[in-house]
Design a protein around this ligand. Structure first.
Ligand code: FAD
Length: 409
C-alpha cells in the first residue's frame, strides 16, 4: 500500500503514525512545505516571548521519522495529483504513485487587504519562521499594534508585553475576544488585560499602515494615528485549499469530508485545519490531532466497512494570558434566549447555560478553573435540576454536586 500525506503538521504526522500502527509494511510519505519538522504551533507565542528556544518545540526528534519508517520530505510541497493514474508530483520534482491520499495542508494566516500591509515590520504569525523573525524584530521595538483580539492575537500580544513592548489592540467588535466571551465576561477580561498594560481600542479598525522603508504606524478608520514599529495581523486563518480545488474536491469554508474524513472523491481523505467535518470547521490543535488519528486508521482500511467514524469532541476554547484562565464551551447564549446563571467576583466571572429541559448546553469561566472539569464532562450530557441552578450563582459552588448527577437519558 502506498500512502501519501500532504502536510507535515499535527494532522498529517498523527495520521502517518496511526497508519503505521495499522500496517508496519506500507510505504508512507509525508510532503511538508515547511522546512521544519512538526513543532507545537500553539507554543509559537512562547518563542516570540523568548521563553523557549526554537529547537525545544519540536514534537518528535529527527530520528523518530526514521524509526517509524515514515519518509518525510521537508521543504517539498505536493503540487500535482493525477487521479487517472494515481501519480503525483512534488515541488522538488519527485514523482510517485499513491493508493490513498490524505490532504492535511492546514491553513495560513488571513491577511486583510490593508493598504501598507506589505511593509517590513508587518507580521502574521503562523510558522516557526514567522515567530523567529518577530522575536528578532521586537528586540529593537518599543510598541506594537495588534489587529484582532482573538485567542491567537492576545497570546502574541501577551508575548510582546513580556518583551517590554507597549501593545495596542484594535478590535472592531464592542468587546475583546468576541467569539469566546459574553458582554459581561468580555468586560471583565478587558479590565484584566488593561491592568496588564494592554491598550485596547474597541470598535476600531485599521484603515492604512504607513512608513517610509519600514512600517511606522497605522491610521484608524476614526482618523486616529498610532505610532509603532511593529504591526501584527491576527485576523483569523484561511485553509490551504489549492490542491483540493485543483483535484475538483467539494470545498466550502474548507474541504468537505464525511464522518470517515473522506472527501467527495474515494480514497482521498482530509484532516486538520484544511478540513470541514459534518460538525463544521474548528481550527484547533486537539481537533486536528484527533482527525489525524481517525484519518490515519481509515487510510489503511482494506475493507471500507471497517473504517472508523470521526467523533468530534464538544468545542471549547482555553486561553491563558498571564495567568488569566478562560474556558468557553458550547452555547454561551449572549442574546439571553436560554437560562443562564452567573457568578462574579472582582477578578472572575462564570456563566452556566441550560436549555428549556435543563440540559447543560454551554458555560464560560474566566479568571478561575474551578468547575471546568465537571462542567466539561456534563456539557450536553446532564440535566441540572432547579435546586442546583439556584446554587450555581454562589461563587464557591461545590461542583461535586454536578459530578454526582446522572447522565441524561
Ligand atoms: C500562534 C498560534 C497559536 C495557536 N494556539 C492554539 C492553541 O492554544 N490551542 C489550539 O487548539 N490551537 C492553537 N492553534 C491552532 C493550531 O496550531 C492548528 O489548529 C493546528 O496546527 C492545525 O494543524 P494542521 O496539521 O491541520 O495544519 P498546520 O499546522 O497548518 O500544518 C499543515 C502543514 O502543511 C503544509 N502544507 C500546505 N500545503 C501543502 C502542500 N501542498 N504540500 C505539503 N505541505 C503543505 C503547511 O505549510 C503546514 O506546514 C494555534 C495556531 C497558531 C498559529
Amino acid at each position: 500500500m502506498n500512502v501519501v500525506i500532504a502536510g507535515g503538521g499535527i494532522a498529517g504526522v498523527t495520521a502517518a503514525e496511526a497508519a503505521r500502527a495499522v500496517d508496519p509494511k506500507a510505504n508512507i510519505t509525508v510532503f511538508s512545505l515547511e522546512r521544519d519538522r512538526l513543532y507545537f504551533r500553539p507554543r509559537l507565542p512562547e518563542v516570540v516571548a523568548g521563553k523557549v528556544s526554537q529547537d525545544k518545540i519540536f514534537v518528535h526528534p529527527e530520528t523518530w521519522y526514521r524509526e517509524k519508517n515514515i519518509e518525510l520530505r521537508l521543504g517539498e510541497s505536493l503540487i500535482e495529483v493525477c487521479q487517472d493514474n494515481h501519480q503525483l508530483r512534488g515541488s522538488l520534482g519527485s514523482r510517485q504513485t499513491y493508493d490513498r491520499l490524505l490532504l492535511a495542508t492546514g491553513a495560513e494566516s488571513f491577511r486583510p487587504p490593508l493598504p501598507g500591509a506589505n511593509l517590513p515590520g508587518v507580521f502574521a504569525v503562523r510558522r516557526l519562521t514567522d515567530a523567529a523573525n518577530l522575536y528578532y524584530e521586537t528586540s529593537r521595538a518599543q510598541a506594537a499594534v495588534l489587529v484582532g483580539s482573538g485567542l491567537l492575537g492576545l497570546e502574541i500580544g501577551h508575548a510582546l508585553t513580556l518583551r517590554g513592548l507597549k501593545v495596542h489592540v484594535l478590535e472592531r467588535s464592542d468587546r475583546v475576544l468576541p467569539r469566546q466571551t459574553t458582554p459581561k465576561s468580555g468586560a471583565k477580561l478587558l479590565g484584566l488585560l488593561t491592568k496588564m498594560g494592554f491598550e485596547i481600542h474597541l470598535g476600531q479598525q485599521a484603515s492604512r499602515a504607513f512608513g517610509q522603508e519600514r512600517f511606522s504606524g497605522v491610521i484608524l478608520a476614526s482618523g486616529e494615528e498610532i505610532l509603532s514599529q511593529i504591526l501584527i495581523l491576527a485576523t483569523g486563518v484561511t485553509p490551504n485549499l489549492d490542491l483540493a480545488k485543483a483535484l475538483g474536491l467539494k470545498v466550502e469554508r474548507a474541504i468537505v469530508v464525511d464522518e470517515y474524513l473522506e472527501t467527495s472523491t474515494q480514497d482521498i481523505y482530509a484532516a486538520g485545519d484544511c478540513a470541514q467535518s459534518p460538525d463544521g470547521f474548528t481550527g484547533l490543535w486537539t481537533v486536528s490531532r484527533l482527525m489525524g488519528l481517525t484519518a490515519g486508521a481509515n487510510l489503511m482500511a482494506q475493507d471500507r466497512g471497517t473504517r472508523k467514524v470521526y467523533r468530534p469532541q464538544p468545542p471549547s476554547s482555553f486561553l491563558k494570558v498571564a495567568g488569566i484562565d478562560l474556558i468557553a464551551a458550547g452555547d454561551l447564549d449572549p442574546d439571553g434566549r436560554l437560562t443562564g446563571v452567573e457568578a462574579e467576583t472582582e477578578t472572575s466571572y462564570r456563566k452556566v447555560v441550560v436549555n428549556a429541559t435543563g440540559l447543560l448546553v454551554g458555560f464560560t469561566n474566566l479568571g478561575s478553573t474551578n468547575g471546568n472539569r465537571e462542567l466539561t464532562e456534563a456539557l450536553g450530557q446532564k440535566v441540572l435540576p432547579p435546586a442546583i441552578l439556584g446554587e450555581l450563582s454562589q461563587v464557591d459552588f461545590d461542583f461535586a454536586k454536578i459530578k454526582s448527577l446522572p447522565l441524561s437519558a
